[in-house]
Design a protein around this ligand. Structure first.
Ligand code: NAP
Length: 247
């Protein structure tokens, strides 16, 4: 039998962290060796010989955690929101300098990865695009990492600028959402939700809506497990689950 990969989970007491602990525990190829909560020292990862650390903490904590992990030669799989492109660049340089690899996924759900891909394919063919994302009321950040990543991929796929919409007088500030280079992003926070997103594209006489719903945190687990198993094989810092899938 192949030796199990030793996994530590940071943010183990949170919603995503505890789901990840359960999924790792249930996987024959993986061994859960460390559960790090807010009051625990990251040193338990080293003491227990973790080879991969998964971070599902908070935007204020994730960067320092990933720095620690990479410096100790432990591969990092990051699900927490909050790393800026500059953070990822710097952490990537740190990872390149050592033996540990860095993998970051704004969204571990397979359907969300496909939603982003379809939205990027459609982006060059429409005049306007807006994103409406909806999450549970306890989510600390807005907009979601997924919505920002979707807008980034759509803007990269498009040659010219989006058609500018004509709202001259925003009588309630913020009602047109945040602007990501021409794509307006709207964030709903609602009890009863998990993670949902609609990309609405428009051209004269037609709209195209691409929608994804994570109805339960189990939707993220196949992607998390795949990332844990593949992170050591990556050439360099990698952002996005699509890079681990044969699409
Ligand atoms: P959550 O339930 O609030 O869990 C976060 C946990 O991290 C809490 O238990 C928190 O402890 C703990 N924590 C904070 N700082 C810590 C530190 N320095 N060391 C160890 N633990 C620490 O939130 P969640 O819903 O699980 O989401 C966690 C993150 O994952 C968020 O950033 C969310 O946006 C992101 N997310 C990503 C995906 C994806 O597919 N990539 C999917 C869902 C969520 P306290 O309770 O004491 O603060």
């Amino acid at each position: 039998m192949a030796p199990s990969t030793r996994v530590g989970v940071i943010g183990a007491e949170g919603r995503m962290g505890s789901a990840t602990c359960g999924a790792v525990d249930a996987d024959d190829e993986l061994k859960l060796v460390a559960k790090v909560g807010r009051s625990d020292s990251l040193e338990v990862l080293v003491e227990n010989g973790a080879e991969v650390a998964v971070d599902f903490t908070t935007p204020d904590a994730v960067r320092a955690n990933v720095e620690f992990v990479l410096d100790k030669g432990i591969h990092a799989v990051v699900g927490a929101t909050g790393l800026s492109p500059e953070d990822i660049e710097e952490l990537g340089t740190r990872a390149r300098g050592g033996t540990a690899r860095l993998f970051v996924a704004p969204n571990f759900a397979m359907g969300a990865v496909l939603m982003m891909r379809f939205a990027a394919e459609a982006a060059p063919l429409f005049d306007t695009a807006e994103i409406v994302e909806r999450h549970h009321e306890k989510k600390l950040d807005a907009p979601s990492g997924t919505s920002l990543r979707t807008a980034e991929l759509m803007n990269e796929a498009r040659d010219g600028p989006w058609h500018v919409t004509q709202t001259e007088n925003e009588t309630l500030p913020g009602s047109r959402g945040g602007d990501v280079s021409g794509i307006r992003v709207h964030s709903i926070r609602s009890a009863g939700s998990v993670a949902h997103q609609e990309v609405v594209l428009g051209s004269p006489g037609e709209t195209l809506t691409i929608r994804h719903d994570s109805l339960d945190r189990t939707s993220f687990m196949p992607g998390v497990l795949l990332a844990i198993k593949k992170v050591a094989t990556l050439d360099g810092p990698t952002v996005g689950l699509e890079h681990l899938l044969d699409l």
